[in-house]
Design a protein around this ligand. Sequence first.
Ligand SMILES: [Zn+2]
Length: 325
Amino acid sequence: MKTLTSILFVLLILLAIAFSNRWWVLTHAMALVGTPELLDAQDEPGGIWFDDYYTIFRIDESTYAIGETLYWQANFNYLILGEDHAILFDAGPGVRDIRPVVRSITDLPYTFIPSHLHYDHVGNGIEFDRVALLDLPYLRNRTVNGKLSLNLYEHLGVSEGYEEPTLSIDEWWAPGSTVDLGDRSIRVLHTAGHTLNSVTLVDETAGYAFTGDFFVPGTLLEMVPYGGMGDYLEGVQTLLEFTDADTRLFGAHRDLLAEEGQTGIPETNWQDLEETRQALLDIQAGELSGRGIFPVIYTINDNIALWANPPWLQEWSKSNLTEPR
Ligand SMILES: [Zn+2]
C-alpha cells in the first residue's frame, strides 16, 4: 500500500512537471537539495592553479580558459585578448570573484559578456567595468537607464539560492556583428535553443568558437525554460555557417554526467555540430526517437546527447519571446 502511494505521488509530480508549471516545480525542487558543496581538487594536467579554486588553461598566447572545476557544474569561462581590448566570456556563478584571475593574465581593458543569462554564467553580484549583451529587442525593451533585471526563469538561480541580479549594460552587440579587439576580430552569433539569449563568439581566423551551454561535450539541454527545438536547429545552422571542419568549439561545462576524472577544457568539434544538425532534422521529421519521458534523451553520437522536451511539447517554430514554454 505504501509503495502504491509513493508511486502515485511520483506520478502526480511527473504530471505536474509535464503539463503545468514544470519549470516552477523543477527549479524549486532543486532548491530543496540545497547549495552544493565544492568538489575535491584533482590533478588538472595542462592547467595552472590560480588559487585553490580557479584553474587557468592556455589555449594560445592570447586565448585562455578559466576553469571552475571544483564547482559541481565544472564551469569554463574564456578570456579572449586582442591588441587593445579583451573579452571575458562568462563569469561562472560567482562562487569566487573572477576579476583577479583576469588581472593575473592581462592588463588590457575588457568587456564581460555572459554566454547567456543563467545564474551559473553571470557571476552573480560581481560588477564589471564594461558589460555587453546580445542586442535582442526583448532584452533592450526591458532595460531602464542601462539596467536590466533578470527574471526567475531566465536566471534559474533560485535552484542554488542566488537572487535574480540586475545587470548594468554598457554595450549591445548585434547578432552577426564583429567586435574589434585591435588585431583580432570576434564574430557575435545568436545561437538560441538552450535559452533565447544564448551567444556564441567565433574567431574565424584562429578557428575557435566559444559556445557557452549551447554546445558542450556531453549533454545539450533543450528542456529548460525558454529552450526550443526550432531555435536549436537555427542556432546550429548559424554556427555551421561561420565555422569549418577545423574549428575548435569550446564549451562552458565539462560533461556533467561523465565518469569522474575528466580533465582539460570542454571541447567539441565541427563533426559533432554537423551531426547535431542532422539529428535535429531527423527528430523534426519523426525519424529519430529518444528514450525516457521527461526529458526525452536523444543520442546524437558518442560525445553528444540532447535532453529535450517530449515530442508533444517540442516547439519547432520561431521563439515566443514572452513566456517560457
Ligand atoms: Zn551553464
